[in-house]
Design a protein around this ligand. Sequence first.
Ligand code: UGA
Length: 439
Amino acid sequence: MKAIVVGTGYVGLVTGACLADVGIHVACIDIDQEKIDRLKQGILPIYEPGLEEIVHRNAEKGRLQFSTRLDEHIAGADAILIAVGTPPDEDGSADLKHVLNVADEIGEKLQDYAVIATKSTVPVGTSLKVKAAVEAAMNRRGQHIPFDVASNPEFLKEGAAVRDFQSPDRVVIGTESERARSVLEQLYKPFQLNRHRVIYMDIASAEMTKYAANAMLATRISFMNDIANLCEAVGADINQVRSGIGADPRIGSKFLYAGAGYGGSCFPKDVKALIHTGREHGQRLRLLEAVEAINNDQKQLLFKKLQAALGKDLQGKQIAVWGLAFKPQTDDVREAPALSLIDALIKAGAIIRAYDPVAVEEACKHIPHPVTYTRDEYEALEQADALLLLTEWPEFRLPDWERVKSLMRRPLVLDGRNIYNPAQLRQQGFEYHGIGIPL
Ligand code: UGA
């Protein structure tokens, strides 16, 4: 089999590499010449556990190629997977410019039958727009090559992308023809060893499934954050409440962690886009509007907690930040709580010393303010009036607390991911605040 993956971002690169790894001949295409040149040298644009090895292995075997030229690779492709970005437009809707540009180019260059499947997260109706764009390009060139469109949303998580792709909970395939279904069935056949489920459905439902899944997960988080804040007010402990409700199999224990708010390139963008789709169709998604509002407030919660502890005026206060990435095992800082918090703190006159095991380079690009990035977590603590834990990297879980205390000016810990034991820290002389943990 031969597949083309257009777009070498998170989804595209992981998809291309993992498909090549099961023996499919894959060409990864991107318009970014520099990125492609680097990939050819084996340099990856993202940090993702296990990915580099797979890319190197398959590139060496010649099964995984990188190019800016779709036309040079399109002949004989059974499937073309579109995995380019869909950044939010100013109004919150998904910007389909890149997806439709790719569709146009496919229409110009296609030589024989292929399934054109959209992997990017796109609003309902996009696959039909892709179809129209491909057809329009073919009409321009006066040649009609048979093709099918399909929706094949990706559910992988950053930080666990390779594992998620190789053994997914499910693969969702939306098609409108038997031929397309059978091509995609072949493509994912090698992964059936992992006994995952392939769920076939119509195209619109597949497109909606992706948004509904992310919206549901974001809802769980905002729900827990809301309940956590109430827990704190009434003297209950969100961790205990989580264990209690998670034991009900109808609720389940995953994705129920209260914290400093959800970030990343997916939840914030997809919740916004779905709200926008709702508005376009005269359906206000009030629950999701609340999910978004709660999350925006939650990202500022630690700022308020800091003011409650140190006083309203944060001018000149030294704040240590542990963790910049939106979650562990990634260098991605997009929409990370650390960004908006650091912005607010610096505007309030605070001085920031921050450490993250891998995300400093990305953070520098996104944080316009002067921040001192340190070489390790302890250096960030020097003379600190408070420590803010924002990403639950494993190496932050068991610090040498005596050393932490000796470095700080004031032993104040604000745990934005509830990873520490409040009783233990308080016993060791720290002032500890978590999210939804009683004082
Ligand atoms: C998310 C989904 O989990 C994937 O299934 C989906 O494929 C992906 O978006 C996407 O649409 O591409 P991702 O953004 O990589 O994946 O990260 P998650 O692990 O879902 O975490 C998102 C945010 O929620 C993080 O900031 C995390 O700290 C926060 N979170 C997660 C919580 O605050 N509490 C939880 O219980 C779980």
